[in-house]
Design a protein. Structure first.
Length: 432
């Protein structure tokens, strides 16, 4: 994509001898920056040429990645040196416009990683559940690169990497630390923290479910964990907001605004991007079990303004299988009071009325907790293969007002490693 010059205001009082000099210097700075393969952070380090295969076991991929990292470090060093020379040469010149010097210094800071993130606006974190048996060079590491390049390098939120088995090798941990500039923390999820079947469910029942609906046990454990426990994990419990992502996701667009700030400013509780439909054969009795709960639940569980029609086209008789594809999910654990009363959020102040926020309790609310416990007692995660996405969607449709939900589909260019894929008409993705 051709580089467009950044708009800069003219100098307040240019002299007769300096207006052209400033333009020349700005043009030179732009030329130097445009010569960098990472100008504008347009392409991640892991994005390889189409003709370069990644390789099966990952050895060739690691070797290729090492060469690329060295090449990028070398090229970045040349750019930094050139920019530093510009600062030295033009910094003391009377004819140099201040916006040129500021521009060059800002770019030096960005390329060197010394610019620093924007002030953290929310008590929030990003969480990714990592498959310990996946090829992390092809799954996790590119995902982290993309997250950092598209928004988190500027916003600086911590990243929690959870794994259900064992921590990865020191080499992988060092690599994630390097990519995220130290923002990523690894943690193991144990049985006591919600990983695995409940103790009361007979092994015979689990084995029968695995034969009937052939999804692996680990996948079912994941569905139960995200439905009932993930926000309670020690690595997440201190945060108000949780942004769940998965390995293999891609943001094709840069997020220009902090997504947590978007949620707070608009008094939202649950954010999503893609909408999909669940396969009917994995949830044959989910809707029936959910309706049993809804019929017996206290009326105060169901707020005014909810949209039950999102999940049922016939007044609750059947489930239309619609679900938020929640490998992108931004949720507040329980908005029972303002997350941080009066806190300044960038240029905004949280001004949503407390009464409105009280109406938006969710994950830690009595209705949600009672609902998922009812589903868990039915054993559907293991007798069938109930997913956390339809469960979260049904719960949001019944326990939240529609006004508390927010779609990010028009700003992210978000994609998992399989469709669905949102916002194909955005300028950043029209070439795909």
């Amino acid at each position: 994509m051709a580089h467009e010059r950044h708009p800069y205001p003219p100098p307040l009082s240019p002299g007769a001898d300096d207006s052209d000099d400033g333009d020349d210097e700005l043009a030179l700075a732009e030329q130097l920056l445009a010569a960098s393969p990472r100008h504008g952070l347009a392409s991640p380090r892991w994005a390889q040429p189409a003709a370069t295969p990644r390789g099966g076991a990952g050895a060739g991929w690691r070797k290729w990645q090492g060469r690329q990292s060295l090449w990028h470090r070398s090229s970045n060093g040349l750019v930094l040196a050139a920019l530093a020379i510009l600062v030295v040469l033009f910094g003391g010149a009377a004819s140099t416009q201040s916006h040129v010097r500021d521009y060059v210094k800002d770019r030096v800071a960005m390329y060197s990683g010394q610019g620093g993130p924007l002030p953290q606006r929310a008590n929030a974190t990003i969480v990714i559940l990592v498959n310990p048996f996946s090829n992390m060079y092809q799954a996790l590491l590119p995902t982290l690169e993309n997250i950092e390049l598209k928004f988190n390098r500027r916003m600086g939120y911590p990243i929690q990497l959870l794994t259900d088995g064992h921590l990865p090798s020191e080499a992988i941990r060092n690599r994630t630390d390097f990519i995220t500039n130290g923002k990523a923390t690894w943690s193991v999820v144990t049985h006591e923290q919600g990983w695995g079947p409940p103790d009361w469910l007979p092994q015979k029942t689990i084995d029968e479910g695995l034969r009937t609906i052939p999804f692996p046990l680990g996948y079912r454990n994941m569905c139960r964990f995200f439905s009932m426990f993930h926000w309670k994990h020690p690595a997440l419990e201190k945060y108000d907001w949780i942004f769940r992502l998965d390995e293999g996701i891609t943001f094709h667009c840069e997020l220009q605004e902090d997504p947590f700030e978007t949620m707070i400013r608009n008094n939202k509780t649950y954010g999503f991007t893609n909408v999909d439909q669940e396969a009917p054969f994995v949830i044959p009795t989910l809707w029936k079990t959910a309706q049993e709960f809804f019929r017996e639940a206290p009326r105060h569980y169901f707020p005014a303004g909810r949209d039950e029609s999102f999940v049922s086209d016939d007044g609750g008789k059947t489930y239309n299988r619609r679900m938020y594809y929640n490998n992108f999910e931004i949720v507040h654990r329980s908005v029972g009071a303002p997350p941080f009363p009066g806190a300044v959020l960038s240029h905004h102040v949280l001004t949503a009325p407390v009464d409105a926020l009280h109406a938006h309790k969710f994950l830690e609310s009595e209705p949600y907790q009672a609902f998922v416990n009812h589903l868990d007692r039915a054993g559907g995660f293991y007798k069938e293969r109930w997913g956390d996405a339809p469960i979260r969607t049904i719960a949001a449709s019944y326990f939240l007002p529609a006004s508390a939900l927010h779609s990010f589909s028009n700003v992210t260019g978000y994609r998992h490693d399989l469709p669905p894929f949102e916002c194909p008409d955005l300028p950043c993705v029209v070439h795909l």
